[in-house]
Design a protein around this ligand. Structure first.
Ligand code: PHB
Length: 403
């Protein structure tokens, strides 16, 4: 009897033919996502100038990627003070709301779903980007060993070292919360399907959460509950603005990006993940602490694995993980029950039709890091879909309706 007719062979074939977990729908808040392939938030530094206003080029880029189960926009500053890099979009001016409205319309017309990531960078900024050229703000005056991306006198982008930030005064805290509330309101006015609070990657909320950057002695510093106070005040206010089911939150436990450190991340994130259960949010989004291992195709380091398990065990809602995945590792993590949704960043830059490519196990285009930040169409809207590669679809055009 040929080998393929054994029970083991039949089981293997059945397994091959089983639909991918990655392609299964999932209910998230009031929405049913068509599958599990999310577009991660990606800073591309191409907002329209002046005023950091989303432009038709940005609408084209996002509409091209509307086959994602959910698009999470690039990090979008909630105020002038919240900006940390040149040419990132905001959601605090009327023009920005109108610009984002055209982006949301373009994505919806292409049957997409879109949450806006709300961002305040805290200390990861530069006086040249701040109102009145003031130093950036932070929980404590701890200078990051990090760089940001500014515009020089010739109008070009250039890396610049971060400076010592000014510590926020207690009286300023309600004003900060208000910035996120206004951002959430404006996002809804712009037609977004929800918002994601950016509390990851060493930006303002993460600076409060982590003991390395939060040396405060008032009620916003000290134990995890105090360091997470601002995050939860922000969540209370944005939930009031758009309803908890349309709110996600992003955290990056164990990350050292932007010179971050926490003395006891297990205690910090166990507290946060537990308290998030009270909110009934759309999802919790984690930057994979095992990104490097996943990229290399090796098992996560022990501490990263323990952190992932801790969060999965503690948080009872929808869990999204981003960082280093390809189709195979994403499927593996979903199959293992470690996450409910996988967010893809770099692969989505170079593959506007990423879900179709993953489901068909088709080859992927390679992203070009030289065009990640700043510039125009090149490396942004000119990556081909499979249909375009085969000559079955026309090249992307910047649609006049988005102007
Ligand atoms: C970046 O612009 O480099 C950047 C922005 C937001 C992040 C991470 C990196 O969360």
């Amino acid at each position: 009897m040929p080998d393929t007719d054994t029970a083991a062979g039949a089981a293997a074939r059945a397994q091959e033919q089983r639909p991918l977990k990655l392609s299964e729908p999932l209910k998230v808040g009031p929405y049913t996502l068509r599958h599990r392939v999310v577009m991660a938030p990606l800073t591309r530094s191409r907002a329209g100038q002046p005023g950091n206003v989303p432009a038709p080029l940005n609408a084209c880029y996002y509409a091209q990627r509307a086959s994602a189960a959910l698009i999470i926009t690039e990090a979008t500053q909630v105020s002038l003070q919240g900006q940390g890099y040149a040419w990132t979009p905001g959601i605090h001016s009327r023009e920005q709301v109108e610009g984002w409205r055209r982006v949301a319309d373009a994505v919806h017309e292409a049957s997409g779903l879109m949450f806006m990531q709300l961002w305040h960078v805290g200390r990861i900024s530069h006086p040249s980007l701040q109102p009145d050229q003031m130093p950036p703000v932070a929980p404590s005056p701890v200078k990051p060993n990090a760089e940001t991306f500014i515009e020089n006198e010739r109008g070009e982008g250039e890396l610049a070292p971060c400076v010592t930030p000014r510590a926020l005064q207690l009286e300023e805290m309600p004003y900060l919360v208000r910035q996120y509330w206004r951002g959430a309101r404006n996002a809804m006015k712009a037609g977004m399907d929800g918002i994601e609070v950016h509390a990851a990657n060493g930006y303002l909320l993460d600076q409060f959460i982590s003991s390395g950057t939060n040396r405060r002695t008032d009620e916003y510093g000290g134990a995890p509950a105090q360091r997470a106070r601002l995050l939860f005040e922000v969540l209370d206010s944005v939930c009031e603005a758009c309803g908890p089911q349309k709110v996600g939150v992003r955290l990056s436990p164990l990350s050292t990006f932007n010179d971050m450190h926490d003395d006891d991340p297990e205690a910090t994130f166990a507290y946060i993940a537990g308290k998030l259960n009270d909110y009934g949010l759309a999802y919790l989004h984690i930057v994979n602490p095992a990104t490097a291992s996943v990229e290399r195709g090796v098992p996560p380091e022990e501490r990263a694995q323990r952190m992932i398990d801790l969060i999965r065990r503690t948080y009872r809602g929808v869990l999204m993980i981003a960082g280093g995945f390809n189709g195979q590792s994403a499927e593996h993590w979903l199959e293992a029950g470690t996450a409910d949704l996988i967010a893809f960043g770099r692969p989505f830059i170079a593959n506007p039709d990423l879900p179709a490519r993953l489901f068909a196990q088709a080859p992927l285009n390679t992203p070009d890091p030289a065009t990640f930040y700043g510039g125009g169409e090149r490396g942004y809207t000119d990556y081909p879909s499979l249909a375009q590669e085969r000559g079955e679809a026309p090249k992307a055009v910047i649609d006049d309706r988005w102007r």
